[in-house]
Design a protein around this ligand. Structure first.
Ligand code: ATP
Ligand code: MG
Length: 417
């Protein structure tokens, strides 16, 4: 059994100037981390791609699943290791190409080991000719297209066996993890904020999460288990994450008793933003992320989003502002958060829902509505009560590491709440 090899490609667009080493190093680290537990012999970088050489017996299926989640990889392929000989290359290329359906193709060779007797052009034209003859002999109407081929059969002459591959597996795309700075995502348990988190991670952001929960009537009825499930799932893409959980019912009650009813939801949101901003500062995060989508519900009109965002100085990113619900739900299915968000949970916001929520509020109105509240004290209360849980990716799985209260370790009783 030859040792399996996977070739991972990245977009060269983000490889501008001095950034190049930074991004490719982060990508190499992410590949290594994602494959932890699968025996890898070496990760090489001959030119603009990674060659991941596995030890004998490594599970290729598991590796495919994991590499498929690494942001920054645009596509990848399992390569056939082949003897360095033109006839062997032709035969392997045919095995690769025969099951694929396409109308135009090209053969592309790269030679990082110059000791191979044949040049790149010669390999390309010999293997190309061989494939064309075989395809035509099978009655398939195909042509060679060097400019815009539907299928590309690639040959890499590296030290050791040559590599042949044609079947591209789409990668997760985006930019490598931890290249875009830190942000704090308000994670509700619903579909939207989990997808929003994914979108920002895909652009290289490194996220922490904050979840506000009310208490359900029954033990275990709150929404914490859902937020935890989502944070755990999302950790697959960035390998570690913190989730702050903040009890919110006492703050809500204060708003209900002291502020005008029609602004309640917006005032809950403003308090969430402020508490999130404080926790973000502690985590050295520079921006907040929410799952808001323009016009989806009353609190997400443009005016209301602006009036809510006005409570904090930190920029608020809303990556789903222009995304339809159907698209959000289909993304949630793809990234594996849909089933977690579908679990029943006790959402804190619908409690004490106003009958007629304000649709177009202004920051000044919300400030006036908050006049009777001690905003600073409520924010402090929320931040102080926050419990931080940590998640870590090990061997393809995410495990819970610990829970801490306001920076200090707490007893198992508090963390198992
Ligand atoms: P989601 O599907 O993320 O719940 P949504 O469309 O249901 O979003 P809302 O429930 O109005 O919208 O919330 C808007 C955003 O506010 C959420 O996407 C999330 O970022 C934040 N948010 C709302 N409730 C909570 C919560 N309990 N904890 C943390 N963040 C929250
Ligand atoms: Mg919601």
């Amino acid at each position: 059994m030859p040792k399996p090899v996977i070739v991972a490609h990245y977009h060269e667009l983000w490889l501008k100037g001095r950034n190049r080493r930074f991004f490719t190093r982060k990508l190499a680290t992410a590949l290594r981390q994602s494959l932890q537990g699968i025996p890898v012999e070496a990760i090489e970088q001959p030119g603009h791609r990674f060659l991941i050489r596995f030890c004998e017996g490594a599970s290729v299926e598991a590796a495919i699943e994991r590499i498929g989640r690494v942001f920054g990889v645009v596509n990848f392929a399992v390569a056939r290791p082949v003897e360095r000989d033109i006839d062997a290359l032709c035969a392997a290329a045919w095995d690769e190409v025969e099951p694929l359906r396409f109308s135009s193709f090209a053969v592309r060779a790269k030679r990082s080991d110059k000791t191979f007797a044949h040049g790149v052009m010669e390999i390309e034209s010999k293997v190309g000719r061989y494939l064309l003859d075989k395809l035509r002999a099978e009655g398939r109407s195909v042509r060679v297209s060097l400019d815009d081929p539907e299928m590309t059969c690639r040959i890499e002459i590296t030290p050791g066996p040559a590599l042949v591959y044609a079947r591209k597996i789409p990668g997760a795309g985006g930019l490598p993890p931890k290249t875009g700075g830190r942000m704090m995502c308000l994670l509700s348990g619903g579909y939207d904020s989990a997808v929003a988190a994914y979108q920002m991670m895909k652009r290289g952001a490194y996220l922490s999460f904050v979840h506000f929960y009310g208490t359900g009537g029954m033990p275990g009825e709150s929404s914490i288990h859902v937020a935890r499930g989502l944070a755990r799932r999302l950790t697959l893409y960035q390998f570690a994450a913190k989730l702050y959980r903040v009890p919110f019912e006492a703050i809500q009650r204060e708003i209900v008793s002291l502020a005008p009813e029609k602004f309640r939801i917006l005032l809950y949101r403003r308090m969430m933003m402020r508490i999130a901003e404080q926790l973000a500062r502690r985590s050295h995060a520079l921006a907040l992320v929410t799952g808001d989508s323009l016009g989806q519900v009353a609190s997400q009109t443009l005016q209301n989003m602006v009036a809510v965002g006005d409570a904090v100085r930190m920029p608020v990113f809303r990556p789903l502002a222009g995304t339809d619900k159907q698209e959000i739900v289909s993304l949630a299915r793809q990234i594996g958060t849909y089933d977690i968000s579908s679990e029943p949970f006790h959402e804190c916001c619908p409690a004490f829902m106003p009958r007629m929520p304000a649709l177009y509020s202004k920051p000044k109105q919300l400030e006036a509505a908050e006049a009777a509240l001690d905003v600073g004290a409520l924010v402090h209360q929320g931040v102080k009560a926050a419990i931080c849980e940590r998640f870590r990716y090990t061997d393809g799985q995410v495990e819970d590491v610990s829970a801490e209260e306001a920076g200090a370790k707490v007893s198992a009783a508090a963390s198992s709440q």
